[in-house]
Design a protein around this ligand. Structure first.
Ligand SMILES: Cc1cc2nc3c(=O)[nH]c(=O)nc-3n(C[C@H](O)[C@H](O)[C@H](O)COP(=O)(O)OP(=O)(O)OC[C@H]3O[C@@H](n4cnc5c(N)ncnc54)[C@H](O)[C@@H]3O)c2cc1C
Length: 458
């Protein structure tokens, strides 16, 4: 196989390019955004605009699966991230192999992308072309369409393998249809949820054992998440249609008052200086793209990251899954030497290992949305126990705790956790024995008390 073209140079595109180049491939990355990359990490926050990545300055953390993929395939990236303040957060402090796997990568998204981009720019075998948008495909083949190249805003490029890493809003369907092939089948399920994030810095850096704080309110979730060095984010996930709550949280003082009204979160603000204003993001969806059932999806067109499977970001899965799909694709390219076999292998991997996270996230979202609406969880949630119950029992039962963390960090697939009868027995046993369905220790503000804060800050 000759050179590989990667459309999109964000997390999935950068990682697949890096892994492919390191397995001996010649790679061209085409990235629509043309903004220059700042030279120094301290200029990244203010000085780097990413039009193509609207979540660039939102909360970001990378689950342990992502950390372990980088540790195995690009330890230099982790070392460089560490040098600019990223934290390898230890989720279990006990020594041993279980704890060694449970490490999250914590840093702001621009820092992660900055280090990855610079590594890619310095990597022999990769040509990175910023400001070059892919607009279509060239196809050949008789019985089944085969990729022969891409059309871009700066001309055409021949390639037998084109990797689509252009994210959830990929136009892969249009490209296929215009070139005479069938579009993938796309399933989109709106989450009904929105993000409100504000960034802070404190006087001392976080350490590897500082925990994050997740508080389940009756009507929203608050997540306080350490990032690189002294940075941390405070984020509310809330129903996208709750306008009164939105009015409160979009106001900088209202946001601060809201965080301060949550007992376990208030202490985080004591030594915290806000950076910038509250950042909103709605329009969040779970999305899946399947190859066309008529067998007319092009051979050699391979989707990775959000273009293939996108999950509600409140569960923090997209970055690690993008890395996993990139790694799996490069393994398929190493194992097979022709585009048909690579395409088949990647389709099978995506179905077996990537898609289950889409279905899992739909169930988690359904439970969350029901809880926020004050409804009992739908009987259609075909699961032996609730996520909220598992998260609660995981705090006190070490066996459930490790299994839960492995699942939440994507190390074990959803079916391994939800299908484990011993875990189910322990969660149900603890719940029946009187564990509350509430994850928090101190009394929490109600929505009415929250909304009253709005008047207090006006
Ligand atoms: C609010 C929010 C918070 C999130 N928080 C987390 C988190 O904490 N942890 C986590 O793991 N994940 C998180 N995610 C998910 C994560 O951001 C995505 O899963 C990840 O960015 C997917 O990477 P990607 O490379 O597939 O796509 P994207 O990051 O969307 O990148 C697509 C790239 O393709 C480029 N592009 C688009 N079209 C073209 C074209 N035609 N030609 C050339 N280039 C093109 C774009 O400019 C962009 O660079 C979050 C997402 C959101 C929305």
């Amino acid at each position: 196989m000759d050179r590989i073209v990667v459309a999109g140079g964000s997390l999935a595109g950068l990682v697949v390019a890096l892994f492919a180049a390191r397995s001996g491939r010649e790679v061209v990355v085409l990235e629509g955004d043309d903004r220059p990359v700042p030279a120094a990490p301290e200029d990244v926050w203010q000085g780097w605009r990413r039009r193509g990545v609207p979540q660039f300055r939102q909360l970001h953390g990378t689950q342990a699966l992502g950390w372990s993929i980088l540790a195995a395939r690009a330890p230099d990236v982790l070392a460089e991230l560490g040098a600019v303040g990223a934290c390898a957060a230890q989720l279990l402090t006990l020594p041993g192999p279980v704890a060694a796997e449970l490490v999250q990568l914590r840093c702001r998204r621009p820092i992660l992308e900055w280090v990855l981009r610079r590594t890619v720019l310095a990597e022999p075998g990769i040509e990175f072309r910023p400001g070059t948008e892919v607009t279509g495909l060239r196809l050949g083949g008789r019985s089944r369409p085969r990729v022969s190249g891409v059309i871009t805003t700066s001309g055409e490029l021949a390639a037998q393998l084109v990797i689509d890493a252009t994210g959830r809003r990929s136009r892969i369907g249009e490209w296929c249809v215009h070139a005479g092939a069938s579009a993938p089948q796309t399933r989109t399920v709106e989450t009904g949820q929105a993000y409100f994030t504000r960034w802070f810095r404190r006087s001392t850096p976080f350490t590897a054992t500082d925990p994050m704080l997740r508080v389940e309110l009756a009507f929203a979730t608050l997540l306080l998440c350490p990032a690189d060095a002294d940075w941390f984010s405070a984020t509310f996930f809330a129903p996208v249609g709750d306008r009164a709550l939105r009015r409160l949280l979009m106001d900088s003082d209202g946001f601060r008052a809201a965080v301060a009204s949550v007992p376990s979160a208030a202490a985080w603000l004591e030594d915290a200086r806000p950076v910038g204003t509250v950042q909103f993001m709605g329009g969040l969806a779970n999305q899946l793209r399947h190859t066309a059932p008529d067998g007319r999806s092009p051979v050699g067109l391979l989707a990775v990251g959000d273009s293939a499977v996108c999950t509600n970001p409140t569960w923090g899965r997209g970055g690690a899954l993008a890395m996993a799909s990139a790694a799996a694709l490069v393994d398929a390219m190493t194992a097979f030497d022709n585009p048909s076999a690579v395409t088949r292998a990647h389709t099978v991997w995506t179905t077996q290992h990537h898609e289950p996270w889409f279905y899992d996230t739909l169930l988690l979202d359904a439970e969350t949305n029901a809880a926020w609406a004050g409804r009992p969880p739908s009987p259609h949630l075909d699961r032996p126990f609730r996520h909220a119950a598992a998260a609660l029992v995981a705090r006190t039962d070490a066996g459930v705790g490790v299994a839960y963390m492995r699942y939440r960090n994507l190390i074990d697939p959803p079916e391994a956790f939800w299908g484990d009868t011993e875990i189910a027995d322990r969660v149900l046993g603890a719940t029946n024995a009187g564990a509350t369905t509430h994850l928090n220790d101190a009394p929490l503000p109600s929505r009415q008390q929250f909304l009253a804060l709005d008047h207090a800050v006006v």
